[in-house]
Write a protein that binds this ligand. Sequence first.
Ligand code: FMN
Length: 345
Amino acid sequence: MTAPWPRIWLAPMGGEAACAPLVAAVCNAGGLGWLGGAYMAPAKLAQTVDAIRTLTPLPFGVNLFCPQPWARDAVREAAFAAALAPFHAVLGLAPPAVPAQCEEDFEAQLAVLLERRVPWVGFTFGDPGAAHVAALHAVGASVVGTATNVPEAVRLTASGCDAIVAQGAEAGAHRGSFLGPRDAGLLGTLALVPQVVDAVTVPVVAAGGIADARGVAAAQALGASAAAAGTAFLLADECPISPAYRAALEAGQGHETVLTAAFSGRWARGLANRFTQATDAMVARGELPDFPIPNAMTRPLRQAAGQAGDAGALSLWAGQALTLARRAPAADIVRRLAAGWKENG
Ligand SMILES: Cc1cc2nc3c(=O)[nH]c(=O)nc-3n(C[C@H](O)[C@H](O)[C@H](O)COP(=O)(O)O)c2cc1C
C-alpha cells in the first residue's frame, strides 16, 4: 500500500455528520479523515470531495454503502406508514409515503470517487466485489471493507480489500453486517478484532467503543493496525449535527444505547427515544419493509424533527462509549485518541 498509514481514523459517518471540515480537520491533525458519502447524490459527493481538497492536502477516505437486494411490499409499507402517521401529525407533515427514489445510485457515486481519484475508498453493508476493487486499485486507491464477523472479513479480503474495519457491536449507527443472522454480527470489539487479525493477512482497523486513549491502546493490544472512532467525533466542534441531536447526545451521556431497525430497516445503535419506543414491537415482529425503504420513508420526519428541535423523532445514532465523548475541536480529539497509540510499543 502506497498511502501513509495513520493510526487514528475518523470513522465514516453518513448523514448529518458528513462534512468536509470535520474530515479535513482530522487529516490536518495527523489522523485519517473519512467522509460518510452514502447518502450524498453524486453531484454533492463530488462537491464535498472537492471541498475536502481545498481544506487539506492530505489523503482522506470516502465510504459508500454496498447496494443490497430489496423488494417492495405494500402490506409492510402501509403498516410502517401507519406507525409514522402520528409523528407526522405532530409535526404537521404530509402523510408518510415511499418516495420515487429510495437510495442513491451506487455506480454513479463510485464513478465520482474513481474520477476524483479519492485515495482511500471504503464500503459497508457488503462486499464491493473484485471488479470494483480492481477498478479502484487501477486509479491508486486503497480499498477498505467493513466486517462484523470473520466470514465477512475473509470474503472482503478475497475480493482484494487492502484493509478491514472490524466493527464491534459497541459501534454507533448501522451495523455493517452482511453475512449470517443478526447475532452473528454482534461480537464486541474485544472479541472481534483478534479473531479478524488471525483470519486475514491485511491490516485490521478496530472500530466500536473507542473514544479515548485507553480504547486506542486496547485496539493496539488486540493486534489492530489503527483505531477508528465515530461517536467520539459527534461532539466535535466541526461536526454539523443539528442542535437537537447534539443536545440529546449530551443529555444521553450516562444512558444506555439500543439497537433499532425502525429508522432504516437495518440494525443500528443509538439512544432510545419516543420513536424507537413506539416502533419496538413492530421491529421485534420483523414487520418492517426492506432497507432502504424505511430510511427513505422516515427522512421527511427526521428532517422536520431536527428543524423543530424534537429529539423524540430523530435517529440519535450513538455508540456505547458516548459517555466518554467530549465537546472539543476535532484536532484535540485526534490528539486525545493518539496518546493511546505507542509506535514501537
Ligand atoms: C452518526 C454515525 C453515522 C455513521 N455512518 C456510517 C456510514 O455512513 N458508513 C459506515 O461505514 N459506518 C458508519 N458509521 C459507523 C462508523 O463508521 C463506525 O463503525 C462507528 O462509529 C465506530 O464505533 P463508535 O461509534 O463507538 O466509535 C456511523 C456511525 C455514526 C455514529
